[in-house]
Design a protein around this ligand. Structure first.
Ligand SMILES: [Zn+2]
Length: 369
């Protein structure tokens, strides 16, 4: 349990559940312009093979496709995804924020190939990556994901289903009333919006879980689609259930939310580990200089995107350490972080999920080190 508790724990059963709706709030954030920078890479197709506004699908290498979301145009997908196609079969990535989002990607897949799909993989359990899972089940596709996904989804979103809405929101509402200043109040208001949205989304969506759970102890897993070698790996950092899909020959990595490209990372999860995540990014940075990353959110990026995210982690640590040394209590430190000039254009989906989560976790690490 981390020290940061923006919501009453009883009223708000899981930190995790707060996450996905922040994207529902992100409509005014500049993801639309970010998506266009995907085309800066000469390997990326200029023209999408499918475009629904809320997301578009781009060829990023032979047989490899990236689905990039634009939340300014709708929330059907919310996160990024993609698919891989070999000679014998294909593999799809992400359940997205809704069945409609998963259906969009499935249609794009079918446009490219009639090969069977071995399955669809959730990179982790968060709402914006799994709420469309039911689409795959309904269409006879096997759903792959970390073995803990079902449990984490039930704890986070199952617990919201049928719960009393007013009682559920009382904690975050109280935080607004109790705010010590305007900045803290603003942060609390943004967080309440995020919580409200995720609550409503969980209550209108039937949950659906992987029927091919992948035990992290048995990873990496090699997948043969009849073309390039593909490997599924687990890394610590964002959610405790994070899987990546790596295609070493083509130097392409689908990272899920272990990479936020041009955005503040979401660090609220109980199983989020800031130091572990930093190490994971160090590993990503050690891979080939021409590696292309398809992040969980934001535009596809190269190693420069990993560098920027590592710089952002350094800044979170630097400011947290300074405040800690100055004796600022964690409850105040979470609101006092200042976004540096370099990251001013990076969307913060909700303060509590991203920055307050990060600062409180770094405080907790300092307390135990
Ligand atoms: Zn996530």
């Amino acid at each position: 349990m981390t020290s940061f508790a923006p919501f009453n724990r009883r009223q708000f059963l899981s930190d995790a559940s707060r996450f996905s709706v922040l994207y529902a709030l992100a409509g005014s954030l500049p993801f639309s312009t970010l998506a266009s920078s995907l085309t800066d890479d000469p390997r990326v197709s200029q023209t999408p093979i499918a475009d629904a506004g809320f997301a578009s699908v781009h060829t990023i290498a032979d047989g490899l496709y990236a689905t990039i979301s634009d939340t300014s145009k709708g929330f059907a997908t919310i996160c990024n995804g993609g698919f891989l196609i070999g000679k014998d079969a294909g593999l799809l990535l992400e359940g997205f924020g809704s069945a409609r989002g998963a259906a969009f990607q499935w249609d794009a897949f079918r446009k490219v190939t009639q090969a069977p799909a071995v399955g669809a993989l959730d990179t982790h359990y968060h709402f914006d990556h799994t709420m469309g899972n039911a689409f795959y089940g309904a269409n006879g596709l096997q759903l792959w994901g970390h073995a803990a996904i079902a449990k984490r989804m039930m704890e986070s979103y199952g617990s919201m289903q049928g719960a009393d809405r007013a009682a559920f929101l009382a904690g975050p509402e109280k935080r607004i009333k109790d705010a010590k200043n305007d900045v803290a109040r603003q942060h609390a208001q943004g967080d309440l919006g995020a919580v409200t949205n995720v609550f409503d989304m969980a209550n209108k969506t039937p949950l659906s879980f992987p029927n091919r759970p992948l035990d992290p102890a048995k990873l990496p897993l090699n997948v043969d689609l009849g073309h390039f070698p593909i490997v599924i790996e687990h890394y610590p950092g964002h959610s405790g259930t994070d899987l990546i899909v790596r295609v070493p020959d083509q130097k392409v990595v689908y990272t899920g939310d272990l990479v936020f490209s041009h955005a503040y990372p979401a660090c609220f999860d109980d199983k989020c580990t800031m130091s572990g995540w930093r190490n994971t990014l160090k590993t990503f940075a050690s891979w080939d200089k021409d590696t292309r990353f398809v992040p969980g959110h934001g535009p596809a990026c190269g190693q420069e995107g990993i560098r920027d995210l590592r710089d952002l982690f350094d800044d979170l640590y630097l400011q947290a350490e300074k405040m800690h040394q100055a004796g600022v209590p964690v409850a105040d430190a979470t609101d006092q972080y200042v976004i540096p000039e370099k990251f001013k254009t990076y969307p913060v989906f909700a303060w509590g999920f991203c920055i307050a989560g990060a600062i409180s976790k770094i405080y907790a690490e300092m307390a135990t080190s």
